[in-house]
Design a protein around this ligand. Structure first.
Ligand SMILES: Cc1cc2nc3c(=O)[nH]c(=O)nc-3n(C[C@H](O)[C@H](O)[C@H](O)COP(=O)(O)OP(=O)(O)OC[C@H]3O[C@@H](n4cnc5c(N)ncnc54)[C@H](O)[C@@H]3O)c2cc1C
Length: 351
């Protein structure tokens, strides 16, 4: 999110320094790995609108970087009928296609998967390529004059007469404004007077599985497993993703055989819980996990994003396990905040 913000600010002609505590492509935060789900299908209409705008922002980033970063290969929501009804209504209200299917019809289309109660297929969803996006943002930001400094942790942020002073082990950086987009570490950098909604940081373990039939395809999916769940809570999710050792390319069709399924189950603390889920709902997968990665999950209690400005400090944490799909658009919104433009979105996370 910090990289996207740096890129968007540089596009508007601002002078930007991006400070990162670790090295390029590090795996210690929330944005590493080959893929994330992209979807316009949301139960909360605010995020349908944000995803719609994000499609434009992804196109701009793809054009500037010359890379394929988003693949609209289709996405399924299935499970709790009330949740599916909300998704269908929101998609249709926003002018997107929403194909209702029975579980049996869905299984005919994706025979490796089992479907729960109600199903909607959104052709506009799919996946984004995460590692490649971060790299593209660094490349585009650098080309536009941003100084990207790796291995340079910010130790403190203090107000100054004309902005802020950041202390790193190497220097003091004086700036008119600072954007704190520090993911799981955001609270460590907050000046005392800055109040944020309560954040919880946990480690999530998405697990990769191999297909029994390598030519079989899977949609990106969200499984709404709980009736009466909050609008941004579901249960399990997954998407096709390159298995370790195979290259992440933008053309899924050309390398479908090297794709496995990356699956996450909410609140699963060990791989066994994800394996049990895959055994039941994805009989087309070998249930032995190929690999698992840890990823830091920063959440607000209502799964809403945090974009807050107080004087020369903006805090940017589009978190709660669903922020990546909006990355270039979040950069645009934060750039607006830095320039003092009116907020286009009101994310309602409570303090
Ligand atoms: C398991 C998992 C699955 C997910 N699935 C999806 C999905 O399918 N679709 C989707 O849209 N989203 C998904 N998300 C959410 C998405 O990945 C995150 O919302 C997003 O990556 C958050 O990015 P960030 O920039 O806020 O945090 P990060 O990527 O963690 O970036 C914060 C950066 O700040 C740096 N930093 C911290 N402190 C300092 C300091 N003091 N000085 C300098 N640098 C510092 C860190 O090193 C890090 O590089 C998922 C998240 C997880 C964990």
């Amino acid at each position: 999110m910090g990289s996207a913000t740096a890129w968007q600010l540089a596009r508007r002609g601002h002078s930007v320094v991006l400070l990162e505590q670790f090295g390029p492509g590090h795996q210690q935060g929330s944005s590493h790995g080959a893929t994330r789900i992209f979807r316009v299908a949301y139960r909360d209409p605010t995020y349908v609108r944000l995803a719609t705008e994000s499609l434009r922002a992804w196109a701009e980033l793809q054009q500037e970087s010359g890379q394929v970063l988003l693949e609209q290969s289709g996405q399924i929501d299935h499970g709790d009928p009330e949740a599916i009804e909300q998704v269908v209504n929101n998609l249709e209200a926003a002018g997107f296609e929403a194909e209702r299917l029975s579980p049996t019809q869905a299984q005919e289309l994706w025979p490796g998967m089992r479907f729960d109660q109600a199903v909607v297929h959104s052709v506009d969803g799919g996946r984004v390529f995460a590692d490649r996006t971060v790299q593209a943002l660094h490349q585009c930001a650098t080309t536009r004059g941003v100084t990207v400094a790796f291995h340079e942790p910010v130790q403190s942020i203090d107000s100054s007469a004309d902005g802020v002073v950041l202390q790193t082990p190497l220097r003091k950086v004086h700036a008119g404004m600072v954007v704190i987009a520090a993911g799981a570490w955001v609270e460590d950098l907050l000046p005392g007077e800055f109040l944020l909604p309560k954040l919880t940081v946990s480690e999530q373990v998405p697990v990769h599985f191999r297909k029994r039939n390598p030519s079989m395809r899977w949609p990106s999916f969200l499984h709404h497993m709980h009736a009466n769940a909050d609008a941004l809570t579901f249960g399990a999710y997954g998407m096709e993703s390159p298995l370790a050792g195979s290259a992440a390319t933008g053309s899924a069709a050309s390398n479908a055989e090297s794709l496995g399924l990356k699956v996450g189950v909410d609140n699963a603390t060990d791989v066994g819980q994800v394996v049990a889920y895959v055994n039941k709902w994805h009989p087309g997968m070998h249930p032995d996990p190929v690999s698992s990665t840890q990823c830091l999950f920063t959440s607000t209690s209502d799964q809403q994003f945090i974009l807050q400005r107080q004087g020369p400090i903006v805090v940017c944490s589009p978190c709660s396990g669903h922020g990546f799909k909006f990355t270039p658009m979040i950069g645009e919104l934060v750039a607006d905040m830095c320039e003092g433009l009116p907020a286009r979105y009101n994310f309602s996370s409570q303090i």
